[in-house]
Design a protein around this ligand. Structure first.
Ligand SMILES: [Zn+2]
Length: 161
C-alpha cells in the first residue's frame, strides 16, 4: 500500500461517472475524496495538508473562489521550464505532489479543461464530474441517475404550483 503521505494512497482514479481526460483526472479524484454522494470523507485519516489543498481546490473549481487556492499556491515551489512545446511550470522538488497538482491545475485551466469540472447539481450528490458536452451545458453527473431524479423533482414542483 502506498505511503500515507502520497495522494495515490487516498485517491482512486477512474471512478464513474464523469472521468476526466489525462492528468485532470488526478484533480477530479482528489476533489471527490469529499464524497458527498456516499457521505464519506475519504481523507479522514490522511495528512491534514491534503484536506486543506482539496478544500481550496473545491472552492475554486466548484464555487469560483480563488483565495484559499491562491494561499496554497503561494506555499509551493514551482519553476518555469521550457521545452519544444513551450514554457510550463514544474515543481522544484519532483516529489512534491501538491506542487505537481497545482502545475496540472494551471495547465488544465489554460487548456480550458479545468472549467469543465463541475459538481453535480443534485444537492444530494454533488459528485465532481467532467462535463464533456459540446457547449459545457451539463448539470448532472449522469443523466440516468441524477438527471432523471432532478427532472422528476422539477416536474413534481411544477405540478404542485
Ligand atoms: Zn449526481
Amino acid at each position: 500500500m502506498p505511503d500515507v503521505n502520497t495522494l495515490e494512497r487516498w485517491t482512486t482514479l477512474g471512478v464513474e461517472p464523469g472521468v476526466a481526460p489525462g492528468a485532470l483526472e488526478r484533480v477530479r479524484a482528489l476533489l471527490n475524496t469529499d464524497d458527498r454522494f456516499h457521505g464519506v470523507e475519504r481523507l479522514a485519516e490522511a495528512p491534514a495538508a491534503w484536506r486543506t489543498l482539496r478544500d481550496a481546490l473545491r472552492a475554486f473549481v466548484v464555487d469560483g473562489s480563488a483565495d484559499a487556492l491562491d494561499r496554497e499556491a503561494s506555499r509551493r515551489a514551482l519553476v518555469v521550464r521550457v521545452g519544444a512545446d513551450g514554457p510550463r511550470l514544474v515543481p522544484v522538488d519532483e516529489h512534491d505532489e501538491a506542487a505537481a497538482l497545482l502545475a496540472t491545475v494551471l495547465d488544465e485551466h489554460r487548456a480550458g479543461r479545468l472549467q469543465r469540472l463541475k459538481a453535480c447539481a443534485n444537492p444530494d450528490c454533488q459528485w465532481v464530474y467532467y462535463d464533456a458536452s459540446r457547449n459545457r451545458s451539463g448539470r448532472w453527473c449522469s443523466m440516468g441517475e441524477c438527471g432523471d431524479v432532478m427532472k422528476a423533482r422539477a416536474y413534481r414542483a411544477r405540478s404542485r404550483a
